[in-house]
Design a protein around this ligand. Structure first.
Ligand SMILES: [Mg+2]
Length: 310
């Protein structure tokens, strides 16, 4: 059973109540606690030594990554992150200095986005470090951007450059919080997700939720310099394009909006965020599935995004 099958099995049995606007299945839950004009966003995520970072990874980068992943999910709703709780599971032999440094990385990123760390929990875990972050955020009611809103004919855009994050960027990425809020405030973005498992896999979450398909233009996909590194180790054996399509942990924003708005968006984005590229990479289609147009040939794109425990 893969991660998505497991989640699919659990979701129907989840307890619910009248506060739930959007439950499990989007980047964040959307909650109505009665605050006028405002919804809460709620997210949790965990990283584990040996999977998301190594035993010898610089501790500050571990803390940065733990919070950054949750911030990226709030960004993918168009929201403003506000408060975090941290659960840290540690072997009995933990180094207090290492824990301080993990928190230093986490706090530095939190301050950058005016997020308050308001508590947490420390537990023993025999073998390895695990860090779980729960994050609250806010969004104006009706401004939340879900995965389910894509429409036929929408342009598909992506921030930044994709692929090769395992060479280091997965520990240092800057969550696109400002860009997500700016998009929600200024454009009628129909659907959005952050790229955690790779473009080829993650775009399917928008398509499944929205009920449509997509055609991507290979030449338009922005490939990061890290994805173009010559294959020198067992870690990097993909073509740059395949790396951009399938590598996980890019933490860029993938979103759709009316094609007619693309030129305006790109012009204003460039003026507001000159250091972050934004690319139009394809179109939402009535035909299901994902197709890739390359050198005037259109072929189905395999679903080879990263999936946990498979
Ligand atoms: Mg996400």
């Amino acid at each position: 059973m893969n991660e998505f099958e497991l989640i699919g099995q659990l979701i129907p049995g989840l307890a619910a109540n009248r506060t739930v606007v959007v439950g499990a299945g989007d980047d964040c839950a959307v909650i109505d606690l009665g605050s006028p004009g405002e919804y809460l966003l709620f997210k949790t995520d965990a990283i584990v030594e040996g999977i998301h970072f190594k035993a010898n990874t610089e501790p500050e980068r571990i803390g940065h990554k733990a919070l950054g992943r949750c911030l990226s999910d709030v960004a993918a709703m168009g929201g403003k992150p506000t408060n975090a709780l941290i659960t840290l599971a540690l072997p009995a032999t933990f180094s207090p200095e290492k824990v301080s440094r993990i928190y230093a990385g986490l706090n530095a990123l939190a301050k950058q986005f005016q997020v308050a760390v308001v508590g947490g929990e420390t537990v023993l875990n025999p073998e390895r470090i695990l860090i779980s972050v729960s994050l609250l955020g806010v969004i104006s009611q009706g401004k939340e951007i879900l995965r389910s809103g894509a429409r036929v004919g929408d342009a598909i855009l992506v921030s930044g450059e994709l692929g090769g994050s395992r060479l280091g960027r997965h520990l240092d990425f800057m969550p696109r919080v400002q860009q997500g809020q700016w998009l929600a405030a200024n454009f009628a973005v129909h659907a959005m997700i952050d790229l955690s498992d790779g473009l080829a896999g993650d775009i399917r979450h928008i398509l499944t939720a929205s009920g449509f398909g997509a055609e991507l233009e290979a030449a338009a996909i922005p490939i990061s310099p890290a994805a173009k590194v010559e294959p020198t180790s067992a870690l990097v054996k993909k073509s740059p394009l395949k790396a951009a399509l399938t590598d996980g942990e890019d933490f860029e924003l993938l979103f759709t909006l009316e094609s007619a708005q693309v030129a305006t968006l790109q012009e204003k984005w460039l003026a507001r965020f000159p250091e972050v590229p934004v690319s139009c990479i394809g179109i939402i289609t009535r035909d299901q599935g994902v197709r890739l147009r390359q050198n005037d040939t259109v072929s189905p794109l395999e679903d080879y995004g990263y999936s946990h425990f498979s």
